[in-house]
Design a protein. Structure first.
Length: 366
């Protein structure tokens, strides 16, 4: 869902995405082993990627036309998410202090609340908490929730403001570099977030507050009742976990890696999700081009995977084969499905506009 946000001093700065031309690699390469050797083997939900089998084989972007600008915030936007309860699109402006905004039916946008960069409360990624419809926000240093009815200067409550360093899993691959140090329990730069139906939250931390410093590169999960987050994976050799999304049946978790080390191209991984919310083994879902820097992710009801890159929105079948691209005039940062039929794809950008386009298949609000 959300754009890469490296920092200049204490401000977030955009990084351009890139195009993809290598779309069919689905095997786990040497050195990429299951996170936990005792975890169950990956259960492939099938060629439909956990989506509706009746929708298999339907190209969701065939003949859908061109994107249309729906609002011009005039700045970098990210973290789009649709609130069915509120009937509105929410998005973030993460640069500087940043803010969380709600787009009204007449096309205007109002600021729900402002961030404070000095406190690490810049809103970046957003998701919807199933059931309550609350807006869950990955801020730089914490995860918060805000009621969907919020319209102006809304208060938020903190779900978690740190993680348990002791929760970092032990390295299982003898050929890979060691994982980064566990750290002190303080988030660096939370970037993207997604919620399961039972309330488990998964978030990425690419570590953009430490450019050139020790790698952060962690994936966290935190329960619906909050508390310290747990590290579910940590990386030294595959930096910058960014976009994150769940398959329709919630048995797979997709994560984009924007800046792997030399010799490894940006890619999307697919983790198995266990019933208790823990992550099992992973496979490589798709490799992308060297300059692609994949950002936000979205999933439709057919299990197709949408990835924001500088080519626009690249769309892949659940098998990893590519359907094609949605051209976007400005560099896309994230996207979400919404609207009355959930067929409107809203696209935030690092430019000045937010765009929309109607797809052939309904999608998920994540």
């Amino acid at each position: 869902m959300n754009r890469i946000l490296p920092l200049l001093a204490l401000s977030l700065v955009a990084v351009a995405c890139g195009s993809s031309d290598k779309t069919t690699a689905t095997n786990t390469p040497p050195g990429e082993q299951p996170v936990d050797p005792n975890a169950p083997a990956v259960v492939d939900p099938g060629a439909n990627g956990g989506g509706d089998a009746a929708l298999a084989g339907i190209n969701p972007i065939d003949g859908i036309g061109e994107v249309q600008s729906i609002i011009e915030p005039g700045t970098f936007t990210d973290g789009p998410v649709w609130s069915a309860q509120g009937g509105a699109l929410y998005f973030s402006t993460p640069l500087g202090d940043g803010g969380l905004f709600r787009m009204l039916p007449d096309g205007r946008a109002i600021q729900v609340r402002a961030g404070v960069a000095a406190e690490g409360s810049q809103p970046i990624g957003n998701t919807i908490l199933p059931g309550t419809g609350e807006i869950i926000t990955a801020e730089a240093k914490r995860i918060t929730k805000t009621t969907f009815e919020a319209v102006l200067n809304a208060p938020s409550s903190v779900i978690t403001a740190g993680y348990d360093p002791a929760s970092q899993p032990a390295a299982t691959d003898p050929y890979a570099p060691p994982p980064p140090p566990p750290g002190d329990g303080t988030f660096d730069t939370l970037n993207d977030i997604v919620a399961r139906k039972d309330g488990w939250l998964y978030a990425t931390d690419p570590g953009y507050f430490q450019p050139g410093g020790p790698a952060v590169n962690r994936i966290f999960r935190v329960g619906p009742n909050g508390g310290a987050a747990m590290i579910v994976d940590a990386f030294e050799d595959i930096p910058k976990p960014n976009g994150i999304a769940l398959s329709p049946d919630e048995k797979s978790l997709y994560i984009g890696f924007t800046a792997p080390t030399q010799g490894t191209v940006p890619n999307i991984r697919k983790y198995a999700v266990n019933d208790d919310g823990s992550l099992g083994a992973f496979t490589k879902f798709v490799d992308l081009s060297a300059d692609s820097a994949p950002d936000g992710l979205a999933i439709d009801a057919g299990g197709n995977v949408y990835v924001a890159t500088s080519a626009g929105i690249e769309v892949f079948k659940p098998t990893g084969e590519k359907w094609g691209n949605i051209a976007v005039p400005q560099l896309p940062t994230g996207m979400t499905f919404g609207g009355p039929e959930m067929k409107t794809l809203y696209i935030t950008t690092q430019g000045t506009n937010i765009f929309q386009i109607t797809t052939k298949l309904a999608g998920l609000a994540q």
